[in-house]
Write a protein that binds this ligand. Structure first.
Ligand code: WT7
Length: 646
């Protein structure tokens, strides 16, 4: 988001009242807020009854060991049974679960009955590898159906999956596999990207070389490229899974049985393994998917464009939609392959009615031109969603007009890997929406904006977003690091969860999210820590010191700008070498937009880098207050040495 659009956002006054027809048929009404306020635990118990439990809980919430919550204490369920079997048992086996669209136009239609067979075969295969409930399984796969089968097979067996985004480097995968001590890695030979087959197994081989915890690598054949093979360790998916029995009896697990770990960037170099459990997580993803997307499973075609490597894919491709028996589109490829109308073509082809994407993609569509969506029939759409970063009002209005035909409600959904599910969002058919505001916590959720001292600010006031009540899909911890869990989220304000986002209330009390307040950048809706990129930079032999900031970027929200001090002399190629080095160390998503070579970095007397001043330079602004610098001449030195062409 640019500084300009941020100030627009604060002056934004437009509102859009719900359409009366939409409101009349909506899944929720304003009474949900009052019901949840009157009896919060009763409200969540009612939401939990969306699921099938083998045995019911004895109490809804145990918060006695705060900040580690227990929800639906003593309840037992099987997550995969809830996402698959029960729909087939209810006679819905012929309903399409997944319209899978391959990048090259190949596709598969997977009904709930098909899904049950595939998940059962996969579960039997995992059992044959000796995996037992509680074991960790790492998954790095492209957006192919096997990724979903693998996740659900883990859930079915009580195995804890750790999905690693396909774009992450071998080093990043390695640290995640090690941290979770995964016994199995599921990957593919390669993946298609813009018409080309890119290797995947070669990267995973590099990642796990000499890695003691991994016993087997299960490999899906996707591109047909040749791969290296380690006998005894590597197993082809088609050799192991295809021949398995397609029936498998699920076993129920405790509501607090771990479901998955998902790594996300924090303010230090080490990613955090966010731990989610079963009953509360599934309850909240199913509830929010029903309420926020107004899902009508008999008629809607839902499409969330995220990758399953991120939490959005976990909660709103796999668990929420499938728990609700939705029919959805899953797309393997990039939005511009083979042409820039690809998403609109898919919406038209499948009659997509609910479309959930990120502001960065909306701004990319804007850049590509209005005539592209205008060339397709988008009349099937009836609801649009946004997630990942604050959506600037211009993008919101464009989304409403060019995809939504001025008729679709837009839900701007605020949440995080840690929250597991949507927390703040308009309710379609209920809320009068405002371009750029996520507005109100959902029924059952508690959020407020507080000042430095933890005191709630008044209308028009700004500060930090906190969550003031436990919620069912809340993280249960950071894998292997309880202390970090407490210090990161629970020590900033007494009794509140600190989200790391700045926010403000408008005069109506609606919440506007203003971006991260910590050293976490948001690039195209992906969270990347400044320290992680800095450590990657200093691991390069030419770099003595590095400081990284997120600078506003019109398309990606923020762009990564790195300031580096070199060891030795200048090298004309060094900026591009360092950009490539970071991409190799972390993954292409972390590649700096710019690398600026500087003679010094601005530091306080205690040695802390003043990123605020670097951000001023990166955003071409006059440099702000420098009085706390140890050496006040440093900024002039930095500015004078910069090549204005960069
Ligand atoms: C951070 C969480 C939630 C799934 C995708 C990202 C930012 C997310 C919004 C929104 C303003 C948003 C926040 C948050 N964010 N959605 N609708 N409005 N900001 O998950 O990687 O865990 O990142 O994304 O800064 O803290 P994540």
């Amino acid at each position: 988001m640019t500084t300009d659009s941020l100030s627009n956002l604060m002056d934004e006054r437009r509102t859009f009242a719900p359409d009366s027809g939409f409101a009349a048929a909506a899944n929720v009404d304003a009474g949900w807020y009052t019901a949840a306020d009157a009896d919060r635990e009763g409200f969540w118990a009612a939401q939990a009854r969306r699921l099938s439990w083998e045995s019911e809980w004895s109490s809804v919430l145990d918060w006695s060991d705060a900040p580690v919550a227990k929800w639906f204490v003593g309840g037992r369920l099987n997550v995969a049974y809830n996402c698959v079997d029960r729909h087939v048992e209810a006679g819905l086996g012929d309903r399409v679960a997944i319209h899978w669209e391959g990048e090259s136009g190949d596709g598969r239609t997977i009904t709930y009955a098909d899904l049950l067979r595939e998940v059962s075969k996969t579960a039997n295969a995992l059992v044959s590898l000796g995996l037992r409930a509680g074991d960790r399984v790492a998954i790095q796969l492209p957006m192919i159906p096997e990724a979903i089968y693998a996740m659900l097979a883990c859930a079915r067996l009580g195995l804890v999956h750790s999905v690693v985004f396909g774009g992450f480097s071998p080093t990043a995968l390695r640290s995640r596999v090690d941290d979770a001590q995964a016994r199995l890695l599921i990957t593919s030979d390669g993946q298609f990207r813009r018409g080309n087959a890119a290797p995947m197994k070669a990267n995973t081989d590099e990642a796990i070389a000499g890695c003691a915890s991994i016993e087997h690598v299960l490999v899906v054949r996707r591109t047909g490229s040749t791969v290296e093979w380690t006998e005894g360790r590597d197993v082809w998916w088609h050799d192991l899974v295809d021949g398995q029995s397609d029936t498998h009896t699920p076993e129920a697990f405790d509501a607090e049985h771990p479901l998955f770990i998902l790594y996300t960037s924090g303010t230090t170099g080490n990613p955090k393994g966010i731990l989610h459990t079963s009953g509360g997580y599934l309850t909240q993803v199913a509830y929010t998917h029903h309420a926020v997307f107004d899902l009508k499973p008999e008629t809607d075609v839902y499409w969330c464009t995220a990758d399953i490597g991120w939490v959005t894919g976990h909660s709103y491709i796999v668990y929420g939609p499938l728990a609700n028996g939705a029919t959805q589109v899953v797309y393997e490829g990039t939005p511009d392959s083979p042409h820039q109308g690809r998403h609109f073509e898919i919406i038209q082809k499948y009659g997509v009615s609910i479309y959930y994407t990120a502001p960065t993609l909306i701004r990319t569509f804007m850049k590509w031109g209005d005539e592209i969506p205008a060339g397709y029939d988008l009349s099937s759409l009836r609801l649009l969603g946004s997630v990942g970063e604050p959506i600037n009002p211009e993008a919101w209005m464009w989304y409403r007009e060019h995809l939504g035909g001025q008729r679709c409600p837009i839900v701007d959904t605020w949440w995080q890997t840690e929250t597991g599910a949507i927390m703040i969002s308009p309710l379609p058919g209920v809320t009068s929406t405002k371009p750029g505001s996520a507005q109100r916590p959902l029924p059952g959720v508690g959020a407020r904006v507080v000042d430095d001292a933890g005191v709630e600010v008044g209308p028009g006031g700004g500060g930090y977003l906190v969550l003031d009540k436990p919620w069912p899909s809340m993280l249960r911890g950071i894998w292997g690091d309880e202390e970090r869990f407490r210090s990161t989220y629970w020590s900033r304000f007494d009794g509140f969860y600190f989200a790391g986002d700045g926010a403000k209330y408008d005069a109506d009390g609606d919440i506007w999210l203003l971006g991260r307040v910590d050293d976490v950048m948001n690039v195209s809706g992906h969270r990347i820590s400044t320290t992680e990129v800095e450590s990657a930079l200093v691991s390069h032999p030419s770099v003595a010191e590095a400081a990284v900031v997120g600078a506003t970027d019109a398309t990606t929200g923020q762009g990564i700008v790195a300031f580096v001090i070199l060891r030795g002399g200048q090298d004309a190629e060094v900026a591009s070498q360092l950009r490539d080095h970071v991409a190799k160390e972390i993954g292409p998503i972390a590649k700096p937009r710019q690398v600026l070579v500087v003679p010094e970095l601005p530091k306080t007397r205690s040695g802390k880098i003043m990123r605020r001043l670097l951000r001023d330079i990166a955003e071409n602004r006059a440099v702000g207050d420098t009085t706390t610098l140890a050496d006040s001449s440093v900024m002039a030195l930095i500015s004078s040495g910069l090549n204005p062409a960069e």
